[in-house]
Design a protein around this ligand. Structure first.
Ligand SMILES: Nc1ncnc2c1ncn2[C@@H]1O[C@H](COP(=O)(O)OP(=O)(O)OP(=O)(O)O)[C@@H](O)[C@H]1O
Ligand SMILES: O=P(O)(O)OC[C@H]1O[C@H](OP(=O)(O)OP(=O)(O)O)[C@H](O)[C@@H]1O
Length: 305
């Protein structure tokens, strides 16, 4: 089938074709009931149950396609959006608009130098060689350090490489690099240390500034629902009515906790959404104020404000 001729009337949705963000994005699509089958080697897939076409693109290219309005919506890293925006002429408004922080793909774009060297501050790299895949953000970062306007000629020499940036210092190509760090393992293995942070990043859902449609809103609402379900759990417990006020301070819920009367006099049941990462501490605190029968339930999906 000639897929390109079947795109008319469909919302175009750019998703990472490989790399760190791809699996979590595919899981998000499954959770949002976006059904498709991608033919081998094809970078376009028609969604079976919604008027949407998925376009598989490198994460680094997605902001360009979204920014120019070639695709309506996409998932990429905030670092990639920041790099794209940093290439725009001064005063030009970005065509890429962030709709939602997706929470996964967390990493930092950091200035790194040899651990054993004498550089401890990014300002010591001014006038030296810096290697990166993020040249626009690095230009902007060093322009600030040099005290010159963005886009001006810099004393610092910033060179582009497409990958394995860490090798540049060891090979004598660079005095420092600007690259992504998640666990820090790659940095450590290369004998480097971080001395500054250019941008902190997570995966984001972005839309083209001028794209507007019911299907775009529906897709964004579904994705938001899945992300909320992943972030929160439902915490239920029983508590004497006299302790309710103090307990609901511990579990205020997203809007407000649900309180139900129990058959046992002077006791109530509370049901409240709690952030997954806080739930152990919340349970410890609830026990201290007299809660019993505390249950924590996973949320399969959600629609909340
Ligand atoms: N180590 C990491 N941990 C978490 N997220 C990362 C990491 N490296 C990259 N990312 C995120 O994933 C995005 C895509 O990076 P990734 O290297 O997976 O892309 P890619 O398309 O495979 O590119 P490349 O071929 O240059 O490696 C990055 O822009 C960043 O937002
Ligand atoms: O802090 P860590 O958890 O070790 O992750 C950081 C590494 O991950 C990314 O590289 P990737 O594996 O995508 O390969 P690349 O060097 O070819 O871009 C990034 O460029 C770092 O090299």
């Amino acid at each position: 089938m000639d897929l390109v001729n079947h795109l008319e009337g469909r919302l175009l949705f750019a998703v990472p074709k490989k790399g760190r963000l791809q699996q979590a994005t595919l899981d998000l699509l499954a959770g949002s009931d976006v059904q498709f089958r991608r033919e081998t080697r094809l970078d376009i897939a028609l969604v079976k149950n919604l008027p949407i076409a998925l376009i598989f693109l490198p994460a680094a290219d997605i902001p360009t396609f979204v920014g120019e309005g070639r695709v309506d919506i996409g998932i990429t890293g905030r670092d990639q959006v920041a790099e794209h925006d940093a290439t725009l002429p001064a005063g030009e408004v970005s065509g890429v608009e962030e709709i939602l922080d997706l929470g996964f793909g967390g990493c930092k774009l950091q200035v790194q130098v040899p651990e054993k060297g004498d550089i401890t501050d990014a300002s010591q790299l001014v006038g030296r060689n810096v290697v990166t895949s993020f040249t626009a953000l690095s230009d902007a970062f060093f322009a600030k350090l040099e005290g010159v306007a963005p886009g001006s000629k810099l004393q610092t020499k910033i060179k582009y490489v497409g990958g394995s940036v860490e090798a540049a210092c060891a090979l004598g190509v660079a005095d420092g690099i600007v690259d992504l760090v998640e666990s820090g393992e790659t940095m450590k293995a290369a004998g480097l240390k971080a001395i500054d942070t250019v941008v902190e990043s997570t995966a984001v859902l972005v839309k083209s500034r001028n794209s507007k449609s019911d299907i775009l809103d529906l897709l964004a609402a579904r994705i938001r629902g899945v992300i909320t379900a992943q972030r929160f759990v439902l915490c239920q417990y029983n508590i004497p009515r006299a302790e309710l006020a103090v307990a609901t301070k511990i579990t205020p819920g997203k809007r407000a906790p649900t309180i139900t009367a129990l058959e046992e006099q002077d006791w109530v049941a509370v049901s409240s959404m709690v952030e997954k990462k806080r739930v152990a501490t919340v349970m410890d605190e609830l026990i201290k104020v007299g809660a019993t029968d505390i249950l924590v339930l996973n949320i399969a999906n959600s629609r909340t404000d």
